[in-house]
Write a protein that binds this ligand. Structure first.
Ligand code: ATP
Length: 446
C-alpha cells in the first residue's frame, strides 16, 4: 500500500539518485519536460521490455510498429484531433495565468455549461483574484513546419498519440503479416501534448512516451475484446509489475468525459502520492478511425471475412498507457521508508526484473589491493552470467554502510561484499535488500 509516500520524497529520490532530471535544468528547466538519467533510463527500458514481451512477443496476433512522429497533417484532420483534441481552459484577466477549467472545477467533464456553473465563484489559484474568463476550448497539438517556408501549407503536428499511424498502417500490416481478425498493432513512442498546466512531476508532461495497442476486431466481438484488454491492463500491473491491487481502482468514463473517438472507456486509476489518478486507459473506438481514414484518404480499409463472406469496417479496442506514469507508479509502489536499528533508510522494493541493477559488487575496503583484485574477479564473473542481464554494478564508494544505503535507494536486490574471509575460503557476503539479512555464499554458487 502506497499510503505514506509523498511526491517530494519521490522527486528528491529521482534527482538524488539519477532517475529523472528536469530538462535543461541549468537554464531553469522548461515546464512539462523531463530527462531520464542513468538509472531512470534503465528502469524505463525494463518497463518497456516487460510491456513489449507481454503485448507483442507473447501474442501471435499482435505486431509491432515504430512510426514517424510527424505524419501527413491530413491524418490528424481525419482522426478528429485538429477539431476535437481540446481541453477546456480559463485565463486570469489579472495575472495572465492559464488553468485547466475541469481541474479547477474539480470535475472531469468537457461540458462547458456545467463548467461555467461550477467556476462561477472560483478565484485564480495563482493570484487569488476573482478574475477568471469563462471556460473555452484550446487545442493541445504541438505544431511545427515542414520544409523551409513557414506558412499554413507547411504546418504539421507532432503526434498527440501513437494510435493514428497504427490506423494508417492497418492495411500494410494486415497484408504483410497475412493477418486475420482479430489482430493488433502495438507501438511504444514519443507523443506531444501542449498541456495547459503540466504538473505533479512526470505525471502530466508535454513530451511523453506512450505504449499503445490497437486491436482490430469484428464488430460483434466488441464487448468480449473490451473485457479482454481491460483484464490485460489490470493483470500486467499486478502480476508483472508487482503493484498491489489495493492501490488500483477502475474508473468508467461518463459521456462528457470520453475522448471524441470513444464509445466506452475504462481507466485504471493508481494511488499516486497526490491521490488516485489515471494510469491506463482501455477505449472502445468502434469503427471511428478506419471509417474516417477510409473516407478521407479514399483508400478502402474494409475487411472481407472469408468465413461469413461479409465485408465490413473493423472495430478497434485500444489499450493505452503512459511510460512516465507507469514509472511513477512503479516508484511510488516500491518506495519505502523504514527504520533499521534506529537508523532511517529509504528503500526501493522493485521487482528484480525491473531494477536498474540486479547485483552490486564491492570490496570491503578499497585500499586493500588483494580485496579489490578479488572483487574485480567476482564482478567480471557475474557480468558474464546471463541471470544478471548485464545489471551488475561495481561499487567501492564510501564505507560499506553507505554503499548499502545507496543500493537500497536504487533498488538493487543483492549486494556482494568481498572481505578477508573470501581470501581464505572463497565465500562472499550476500546482503538482501528487503530483509537486510546477510549470508555467506560460495563464489561458485552466486
Ligand atoms: P488525462 O485525462 O490524464 O489528461 P487522457 O485521458 O487524455 O489523460 P489518453 O489520451 O487516454 O489520456 O492517453 C493514454 C495514457 O497516456 C494515459 O492513461 C496516461 O497514462 C498517458 N498520458 C496522457 N496524457 C499524459 C500527459 N500529459 N503526461 C503523461 N502521461 C500522459
Amino acid at each position: 500500500m502506497t499510503k505514506n509516500v509523498t511526491l517530494e520524497g519521490i522527486v528528491s529520490l529521482c534527482k538524488r539518485r539519477g532517475f529523472v532530471f528536469q530538462s535543461s535544468e541549468i537554464y531553469g528547466g522548461l515546464a512539462g519536460f523531463y530527462d531520464y538519467g542513468p538509472l531512470g533510463v534503465e528502469l524505463v527500458n525494463n518497463i518497456k521490455a516487460e510491456w513489449w514481451n507481454a503485448m507483442v512477443r507473447e501474442n501471435d496476433n499482435i505486431f509491432g510498429l515504430d512510426s514517424a512522429i510527424i505524419q501527413n497533417p491530413k491524418l490528424w484532420e481525419a482522426s478528429g484531433h485538429v477539431a476535437g483534441f481540446t481541453d477546456p481552459l480559463v485565463d486570469c484577466k489579472n495575472c495572465g495565468a492559464r488553468h485547466r477549467a475541469d481541474h479547477l472545477a474539480g470535475k472531469d467533464t468537457n461540458d462547458i455549461k456545467e463548467l461555467t456553473k461550477l467556476l462561477k465563484d472560483k478565484v485564480c489559484p495563482a493570484c487569488g483574484k476573482k478574475t477568471l474568463t469563462p471556460p473555452r476550448f484550446y487545442n493541445m497539438m504541438m505544431k511545427t513546419w515542414v520544409g523551409p517556408v513557414e506558412d499554413s501549407s507547411s504546418v504539421a503536428y507532432l503526434r498527440p498519440e501513437t494510435a493514428g499511424p497504427m490506423f494508417t498502417n492497418y492495411e500494410n500490416v494486415r497484408e504483410t503479416m497475412r493477418a486475420k481478425l482479430p489482430f493488433g498493432i502495438a507501438q511504444i513512442g514519443k507523443t506531444f501534448r501542449n498541456e495547459i498546466s503540466p504538473r505533479d512531476f512526470i505525471f502530466r508532461v508535454r513530451e511523453l512516451e506512450q505504449m499503445e495497442m490497437q486491436y482490430f476486431i469484428k464488430p460483434q466481438a466488441q464487448k468480449k475484446s473490451y473485457e479482454q484488454w481491460r483484464k490485460f491492463a489490470w493483470e500486467f500491473l499486478t502480476n508483472r509489475l508487482g503493484i498491489d491491487e489495493s492501490d488500483l481502482q477502475w474508473h468508467e468514463h461518463d459521456k462528457d468525459e470520453r475522448a471524441h473517438y470513444a464509445a466506452a472507456a475504462h481507466d485504471i486509476y493508481f494511488r499516486f502520492p497526490q491521490g488516485f489518478k489515471e494510469l491506463w486507459g482501455t477505449h472502445d473506438r468502434t469503427d471511428f478511425d478506419l471509417s474516417n481514414h477510409s473516407k478521407a484518404s479514399g483508400k478502402d480499409l474494409s475487411y472481407y471475412d472469408d468465413e461469413t463472406k461479409e465485408r465490413f469496417t473493423p472495430f478497434v479496442i485500444e489499450s493505452s498507457v503512459g511510460v512516465g506514469r507507469i514509472l511513477m507508479a512503479v516508484l511510488t509502489a516500491a518506495y519505502h521508508v523504514e527504520e533499521i536499528n534506529g537508523e532511517k533508510r529509504v528503500v526501493l522494493k522493485l521487482d528484480p526484473k525491473l531494477a536498474p541493477y540486479k547485483i552490486a559488487v564491492s570490496p570491503l575496503l578499497k585500499n586493500k589491493p588483494e580485496l579489490v583484485a578479488k572483487a574485480r574477479e567476482v564482478y567480471e564473473l557475474l557480468k558474464d552470467n546471463p541471470s544478471y542481464s548485464n545489471g551488475v554494478m561495481w561499487d567501492d564508494n564510501g564505507n560499506i554502510g553507505k554503499r548499502y544505503r545507496r543500493q537500497d535507494e536504487i533498488g538493487t536486490p543483492k549486494c556482494v561484499t568481498i572481505d578477508f574471509q573470501t581470501m581464505d575460503d572463497n565465500t562472499v557476503t550476500v546482503r538482501d535488500r528487503d530483509t537486510t539479512k546477510q549470508k555467506r555464499v560460495d563464489i561458485v554458487n552466486l
